[in-house]
Design a protein around this ligand. Sequence first.
Ligand SMILES: O=P(O)(O)O[C@@H]1C[C@H](O)[C@@H](CO)O1
Ligand SMILES: Nc1nc2[nH]cnc2c(=O)[nH]1
Length: 264
Amino acid sequence: MKSNQVSTEQIHLFLTGHGFPEKVDSAVILGSGLGDFTENLDEPESIPYSEIPGFPETSVQGHTGELFRGRLHGKEVIAFSGRFHHYEGHPFSRTVLPVHLAHVFEAEKLIISNAAGAINTRFSVGDLMVIDDIIRLFHGIAASPSEPFRYNLYPVADRVRALAAEIGLEVQRGTYIYLKGPNYESKAEIRAFRTLGADVVGMSTAPELSEASRLGIRTTAISLVTNMAAGVSAKKLDHSEVKEAAEARKEDFARLVSVLIEKL
Ligand SMILES: O=P(O)(O)O[C@@H]1C[C@H](O)[C@@H](CO)O1
Ligand SMILES: Nc1nc2[nH]cnc2c(=O)[nH]1
């Protein structure tokens, strides 16, 4: 049943044959530890990635590997609880599978999320940040060659902060620097990235944003600061912080995504 040769159209056909709608309003990609968002969906249904033809499985802790459908504010939503990272061995063309599916479901909006380390010393663990620009040190990351990054994230970031303020949430904004991982950075690297203008660092999202930009999908991306990056605090870094920070902010994260689905 599983094959890398399965097209996104065939996956769409499989999913619509299993209760998914033809089209959705919004697609959400859930970062490490943020899968609990799906508890907020009305009439949720889900299919494990392992049962979807052509879908790779996820191997990272905090990514359950399940595709959800449901409704929120009466709108059809699909949510990817688990993503595919390049460092897990997936080519970039596969890391952007959720974006391609958002496209075949004709999603009007794509909301991407991730766990990230804060480089900006004014940020704190637990902060939510809307990404207003990205730095890609590795320019091989485009899933399609020679594509410029043409999406302007600044106006969307303004709107996201305004909507967050409406529900009493303070959201930082800033630049996400993409590193291939899976190892965290050295202190010297973090100092260097600060001088480049990066506010947070992570190992996903940039390929997805590039591909969403190429496909012309209206997209925003939210980082949850799960730790201060290497050397920013004296604390030893550990993946368990991702889970703790996500657990502490999961309700606010869900409220933010919910208002974005409703009004962005
Ligand atoms: O999928 P995201 O970007 O949330 O995952 C981040 C990056 C690493 O996989 C992991 C680091 O602990 O969290
Ligand atoms: N590269 C990187 N990814 C992260 N994901 C969550 N925290 C971090 C971090 O400090 N560095």
